[in-house]
Design a protein around this ligand. Structure first.
Ligand SMILES: CC(C)(COP(=O)(O)OP(=O)(O)OC[C@H]1O[C@@H](n2cnc3c(N)ncnc32)[C@H](O)[C@@H]1OP(=O)(O)O)[C@@H](O)C(=O)NCCC(=O)NCCS
Length: 372
């Protein structure tokens, strides 16, 4: 069945049109024009959301993340007002796990808000998700602080401001809050290095001689690839998920190469994976990832961190993160800050991050709507 996106929705604002997202094969030719326009829109929203330039990305860095893989397909519509790009509604369709789900993103240019474009774009997005045969929408939204009532996380820890426009919009359309995440930032520098060394030494003493830190950049060395894949699979089940559990992901060496490494390499990312090896068994039992995109900023991202449950309680979380930050500092001394996301109820991980010096930056809601 094809979808007629020109058919007016219940209430479309004047001049509203929607066109399929075109993913160009190269950024140099005419077919890339709308992708460049979309990049500018995305960056305007990022500046407004984070109130800084740390999350502004060039088109070359964005494009590899849009290419279809065996694991995910991305689709969506660009929204125009009398021809001018004012928004986008995009969704990722997971292909191997969570195949009933669509992960949606909806953004309206800050100057075009409050005039019905968000509502019309959402309505179109939901129709497309239904047409793709998916029965649940998930979305992750940064909520700026607004005075007034709060919506509590169902986990019992964390809440978001009920009067924030995105929260109003989601609640009004039948979404439920599933979890609140805290985004935190760590400022790097020589003073921090001294603190990190102290934390590393203290943690290493508690962990003892059975554990040692190892690290690598992509491509992952053959000797570690199976252990890394196993840790990635456990990450999909062992990190707290609030009301938003996802299927266990099945990871193997091929998926590490094709899903993680090929996108990171195409984007020109710098990645440092740190892991803890349990010497008596030879197995990798903890890992953490630092990643920096070639976006010209001074920021890096703290990605996944996990200590296998059977090895918790030995300060391995603090050890692997402190070691990896110190190793990162000697490789990339120009990076000034690291951002990370944690579930508000994930006290053990927040304890580690707070000890390292991360401070809260912004709150994000994870939302779900089951389509009736
Ligand atoms: C959330 C967002 C998409 C709304 O876009 P918009 O074009 O301003 O939205 P609309 O004018 O169509 O209004 C849609 C709904 O948003 C809410 N809303 C919009 N402006 C609001 C405001 N100033 N205060 C409170 N709620 C507001 C209302 O619930 C409204 O629904 P209603 O028509 O039932 O009243 C937009 O603010 C945005 O892009 N924010 C940044 C990205 C983001 O948070 N995306 C996630 C949204 S799911």
């Amino acid at each position: 069945m094809s979808l007629d996106t020109t058919a007016p929705a219940a209430s479309q604002p004047d001049g509203f049109t929607a066109e399929p997202l075109a993913i160009p094969s190269s950024l140099g030719d005419a077919s890339a024009e709308s992708f460049h326009e979309m990049t500018a829109l995305r960056n305007a929203v990022a500046r407004e959301t984070y109130r800084n330039d740390d999350f502004v990305l060039p088109a070359e860095v964005l494009l590899p993340g849009y290419e279809a893989s065996d694991y995910e397909r991305r689709d969506g519509r660009l929204i125009r007002e009398h021809g001018r790009l004012v928004g986008r509604v995009l969704f990722d369709l997971p292909l191997t796990e969570d195949v009933h789900m669509a992960k949606m993103m909806l953004e309206i240019h800050p100057e075009a808000r409050g005039r019905g474009f968000g509502a019309a774009a959402y309505e179109l997005g939901e129709r497309l998700v239904r047409e793709a045969g998916r029965t649940e929408i998930r979305t992750w939204v940064v909520h700026r602080e607004v005075d007034g009532p709060r919506i509590p996380s169902p986990t019992g820890v964390g809440d978001i401001p009920a009067l924030d426009p995105a929260a109003q919009m989601l609640v009004g359309r039948g979404f439920e809050l599933g979890q609140v995440e805290r985004m935190s930032v760590l400022e790097l520098g020589e003073e921090r290095d001294a603190g990190l060394r102290g934390l590393r030494d203290g943690a290493a003493e508690v962990a003892g001689d059975d554990y040692r830190y190892v690290s690598w950049s992509y491509p992952t060395p053959e000797e570690h690839i199976d252990g890394y894949a196993q840790l990635k699979a456990r990450m999909s089940t062992d990190a707290p998920q609030g009301d938003l559990a996802e299927d266990e992901q099945s990871w193997d060496a091929k998926r590490v190469r094709e899903e993680l490494e090929s996108t990171a390499t195409a984007r020109g990312d710098q990645v440092l994976v740190g892991a803890i090896q349990h010497l008596p068994s030879g197995e990798l039992v903890a890992f953490t990832e630092l990643q920096r995109m070639a976006d010209g900023t001074k920021r890096a991202d703290q990605e996944d961190t996990l200590v296998l449950s059977e090895h918790r309680g030995h300060r391995l979380g603090l050890l692997v993160k402190a070691e990896n930050l110190l190793a990162w500092r000697s490789l990339h001394p120009d990076v000034e800050r690291v951002y990370t996301y944690n579930a508000e109820e994930n006290r053990p991980m927040l304890n580690v991050n707070e000890a390292l010096g991360f401070r809260p930056f912004i709150s994000e809601g994870a939302w779900r709507k089951v389509l009736g």
